[in-house]
Ligand binder design. Structure first.
Ligand code: SAM
Length: 374
């Protein structure tokens, strides 16, 4: 799949400018219906929601449809459908990663709220300026944590920071006594481990970090002020909890950058064979993140274990842009809960609200025109 940085390259497609939609993927030859265009097996960061953790295999994402997976690893908060999957998972994690998982699992058990907060975002999304200042304040607190854990700042040639004021220490104490949001801290742990792994040549799962960084970023990725607070709290908790050897990977640059790549680029991890009714997590596969959306897509997508497989949904001519559908788990039509196909206005509203863009696909352009002229 091409070089370690930048968009993927292949024999069947190229990445180029897509007017009104940034970059896009274009067929470089005729593709017959059914032809596999891309197998994306570069999952870089992901989270499986805690409420599903016993029912999903952490290696192949098989879902037990309510039944627990047979192989349990409670210390690390993991479950597997077989011992083979457990072994395959172990190949992607060295001892340090497993120690980190155990530490976070322990923290979640101690500090997660007994019930999940209502997930409806409250209030407006924090602006890029508000986000920047929240992370800056957190960075002041992280100096105290790093200093405490590493003995001064951890770098002998750097002068120690000024002594902490009582107010700063109280602020830090307050931050570290807040409950942790399990799915947020698990996602950020995945970011830390992915970054660490990308420097471990031996790690079977290592995805070059630059591939994630090359994706389109969202300057305001937090749904609400509460969500931003949860990310900041998780940042501080990770710094206070993870093995010292991982602390260089717990930074604003890594954590906030990962979050701001996730919102526009993640794929839902859903159950198979039941139209994806169960939504149990999400993740970023950088090679799959260059497909733009169309409400009449020409590619089909299907998850196969930890990979996504993209294939031509119809005959496609060389030069045509390759589109997937972002809605309804990839099926072409967006339907209401009663099964009716949703019209342009509602569809456009959903795309704007969920993915933040005004859809420029052919179908939307045509339907918008007839909506205006009718
Ligand atoms: C997964 S990325 C696709 C690759 C992206 N175009 C790039 O340049 O990296 C999703 C982003 O692409 C753009 N996009 C995708 N489909 C679009 C569409 N139908 N209309 C307008 N923008 C679209 C939006 O900015 C969206 O946030």
């Amino acid at each position: 799949m091409g070089s370690n940085t930048g968009p993927p390259s292949g024999r069947l497609f190229t990445i180029d400018d897509a007017p009104g939609a940034g970059r896009g993927v274009f067929a470089s030859r005729d593709l017959a219906a059914g032809k596999t265009v891309l197998v994306a097996n570069d999952l870089s960061v992901h989270v499986l929601f805690r409420e599903y953790r016993g029912e999903i295999c952490h290696n192949c994402f098989a879902y037990g449809f309510g039944a627990k997976q047979p192989v349990k690893d409670a210390d690390h908060g993991l479950a597997f459908c077989s011992e083979q999957c457990q072994r395959l998972f172990a190949l992607q994690s060295d001892e340090l990663c497993m120690t980190a998982r155990a530490a976070v699992e322990k923290l979640i058990r101690r500090r997660a709220p007994s019930s999940q907060p209502n997930d409806t975002p409250q209030g407006p999304r924090p602006t890029p300026e508000e986000i920047g200042s929240a992370w800056e304040i957190a960075d002041i607190q992280t100096t105290l944590i790093r200093g405490g854990r590493l003995g001064t700042p951890g770098r002998p040639n750097v002068p120690p920071p000024p002594p902490a004021t009582k107010a700063a220490l109280r602020g830090l104490q307050r931050a570290l006594s807040t409950p942790v949001a399990p799915d947020v801290i698990s996602f950020l742990l995945a970011a830390v481990l992915a970054n660490y792994n990308s420097y471990q040549i031996a790690a079977a799962s290592a995805v070059p970090w630059a591939r994630l960084q090359d994706l389109e970023d969202d300057p305001a990725p937090y749904l609400s002020a509460r969500e931003l607070d949860e990310y900041i709290a998780a940042y501080l908790h990770l710094l206070a909890t993870l093995p010292v050897a991982l602390l260089p990977f717990v930074s604003r640059t890594i954590l906030h950058a990962t979050k701001s790549r996730e919102t526009y680029n993640s794929f839902g991890i859903r159950s198979l064979d039941d139209e994806g009714v169960e939504f149990f997590g999400y993740g970023v596969w950088p090679s799959a993140s260059y497909f733009n959306h169309s409400c009449g897509p020409n590619l089909a997508r299907k998850r196969d274990g930890r990979a996504w497989v993209f294939s031509a949904g119809r005959d496609i001519k060389a030069g045509e842009q390759l589109y997937i559908s972002y809605v309804n788990g990839g099926t072409s039509e967006l339907c209401s809960s009663s099964g009716e196909v949703v019209g342009w206005k509602d569809r456009a509203g959903l795309l704007k609200k969920t993915w933040g863009f005004d859809c420029v696909c052919q179908k939307c352009k045509q339907e918008a025109l007839s909506y205006v002229t009718s």
